[in-house]
Design a binder for this molecule. Structure first.
Ligand code: AMP
Length: 212
């Protein structure tokens, strides 16, 4: 299995890029945030465990997340090209990919972006609860007000995209990020990209990295 992990703050564009790469170029994409939100919607035990942590902008405990990703990767074939978006978020999660889950991360891509942009990006974000498409009130407005371009469902704001919870999520990100950068830096398989650019521009660079 060829695993690439996307590291970076909430709002840095990891999800948008991973989604497009999986739709257009055959990568298998796992977003742990989306997996948890689906589990909450379906009232599965993992969702019930995760909900209060997510609502407050805190991380869901490592044990829960490692089991979730372990189950997701288990059925995949050895030649799958996998993008992990939102996992690992802590060093123990990164270690679990090697030890417990017994896979190797081929590349870690660090989405670098100034803090000042993240709050605007996250609080203005609107998502489609049906197909998961993401919009932004200013940067990517839907063609019709509050309506998904793809499936016409009414867009919503994620409960954890309110300003108070966004600030907490960024604080949590900062407390864990350096450890992850050091972990993958020590293995010399981390590549930093500037994520404060147009989606197409970032994608072009990502594709050239992923092909090599
Ligand atoms: P995201 O959609 O990636 O922004 O994730 C939304 C929320 O899900 C995060 O704020 C965490 O509460 C939780 N979450 C997602 N992935 C992880 C992870 N790998 N470890 C812990 N919590 C996570």
């Amino acid at each position: 299995m060829n695993i690439t992990v996307f590291l970076g703050a909430p709002g840095s564009g990891k999800g948008t890029q991973a989604k497009q790469l999986s739709e257009n170029f055959g990568f298998v994409h796992f977003s742990t945030g989306d997996m948890l939100r689906t589990s909450i919607k379906e009232m599965k035990p993992v969702g019930l465990k995760a909900k209060s942590f997510m609502d407050q902008g805190n991380l869901v405990p490592d044990g829960v997340m490692i089991e979730l990703i372990e189950e997701a990767l288990d059925p995949l074939s050895d030649n799958a090209d996998v993008l992990l978006d939102g996992f690992p978020r802590t060093v123990p999660q990164a270690e679990a990919l090697d030890s417990k889950i017994k896979t190797t991360v081929a590349k870690a891509i660090n989405f670098n972006i100034p803090d000042s942009i993240l709050i605007t990006r996250l609080t203005g974000r609107r998502i489609c609860p049906n197909c998961g498409e993401s919009f932004h009130l200013v940067f990517i407005p839907p063609l019709k007000l509050n309506t998904c371009n793809r499936c016409s469902s009414t867009l919503i704001q994620r409960t954890d995209d309110s300003e108070a919870v966004v600030l907490r999520r960024l604080e949590v990100f900062k407390s864990q990020n350096q450890g992850l950068l050091d972990y993958f830096g020590n293995r010399k398989n981390i590549i930093t990209i500037e994520a404060d650019r147009a989606v197409a521009c970032v994608q072009k660079e990502l594709l050239s990295i992923l092909k090599h």
